[in-house]
Design a binder for this molecule. Structure first.
Ligand SMILES: [Zn+2]
Length: 353
């Protein structure tokens, strides 16, 4: 079937050491108006980087407003949108981890203004994707947002992120193994659109982590490993941009992670939960879940529910509701999902306790 399939990609992606210093030049080079910029940051740590970006931009005669997003909620988006409208901002820049990037990305979409992504942590693949996780829009999953026109990933900044965040990024990427299997299944059973190129690109990002897993063993992860991780996270985001949906990057393992968030109120980092979801999803698909569990261990990501602060009862509950989180997204969980007994059994078989 032939129909228009639109793909919006970033104009420029910069990955390197200390590239943040040249933020003004990079933005100028992509030819968007930057008279007035809204900078959205997250917690106190990332505020330092937001201030740095603001100083560099002011140097190149851009007026800046630095706002912080403590939650990825519609309320925070509205705050950003209101200020941006008031000052007639030209661009929205997100500087931070998940929340700052999500809020800035969705605000830019609401405003129809360009979005610049400046991640400070390699913990998830939302860095370059056109989807945002805004908790009170679209049921705990992602919603359509802007593709960043520019991504500036300063590896010198990201290497200083907490060790857990780095392992979480690896977990989010390993999830592509089951996400792509679910996508193919939905294509075969439901006739859903499937794009082999986007699927291959997402798989490549997961294979990258398998290939270089030994580099993530160290307590202090080397800069070179963080660069590999960041590039893989960006590739996965681009795969979503090419597919026009989160399909290549999010399947049953993500539904399980979202269910864990609902049942246990966000007990751990997204990628940590996805890693555990991937062990379960690969088991259901009859694939080599032991191999992925070993890779998760190697990179320092959790493989047991106690490591993500989830009890056996909570995990059983999460597994039984996972299929209902996003009913239109067909996965190996099927239409009925886990029964309680099956959930309990899978927790035992996969040694998740
Ligand atoms: Zn994810």
């Amino acid at each position: 079937m032939f129909y228009p399939h639109e793909i919006t990609l970033p104009k420029k992606v910069v990955v390197g050491l200390n590239v943040l210093e040249n933020v003004g030049e990079y933005i100028k080079a992509i030819d968007i108006g930057i008279g007035k910029a809204i900078i959205v940051s997250g917690s106190s740590n990332t505020r330092v980087y937001a201030k740095l970006v603001s100083d560099h931009l002011q140097h190149s005669h851009t007026e800046t407003w630095v706002l912080s997003a403590n939650f990825s909620t519609m309320n925070e988006v509205e705050k950003v949108v209101n200020v941006a409208r008031e000052v007639n901002a030209d661009v929205v820049i997100g500087v931070g981890g998940g929340k700052a990037i999500d809020v800035a990305k969705y605000s830019s979409y609401v405003l129809s203004k360009p979005f610049v992504s400046i991640p400070t942590s390699p913990s998830h693949d939302g860095i370059a994707s056109p989807f945002a996780s805004i908790k009170d829009v679209g049921r705990a999953t992602s919603v359509k947002a802007s593709t960043p026109v520019l991504v500036i990933a300063d590896v010198a900044v990201m290497v200083k992120a907490p060790r857990r965040n780095i392992a979480s990024g690896c977990g989010d990427l390993l999830g592509k193994f089951s996400a792509v299997l679910d996508w193919r299944l939905a294509h075969k059973l439901r006739g859903e659109y499937y794009g082999d190129y986007a699927a291959s690109l997402a798989l490549l990002s997961a294979q990258h982590i398998v290939k270089f897993s030994s580099m993530f063993k160290a307590r202090q992860v080397p800069v070179e490993a963080v660069r590999i991780l960041v590039e893989a996270l960006i590739s996965s985001g681009i795969a979503m941009a090419i597919a026009g949906s989160t399909r290549p990057a999010s399947g049953s393992e993500h539904l399980i992670a979202h269910a864990i968030d609902l049942v246990a109120s966000y007990p751990a980092l997204h990628g940590e939960e996805v890693g555990i979801g991937t062990i379960i999803a690969l088991y259901l698909h009859g694939r080599n879940w032991r191999k992925i569990r070993n890779i998760l261990s190697e990179v320092g990501a959790p493989t047991r529910i106690s490591q993500i602060n989830v009890s056996k009862e909570q995990m059983i509950k999460a597994l039984t509701i996972a299929h209902s989180i996003r009913p239109e997204r067909y996965t190996i969980l099927g239409e009925k999902g886990f029964s309680e007994e099956a959930a309990e059994r899978v927790i035992e078989i996969l040694e998740l306790i």
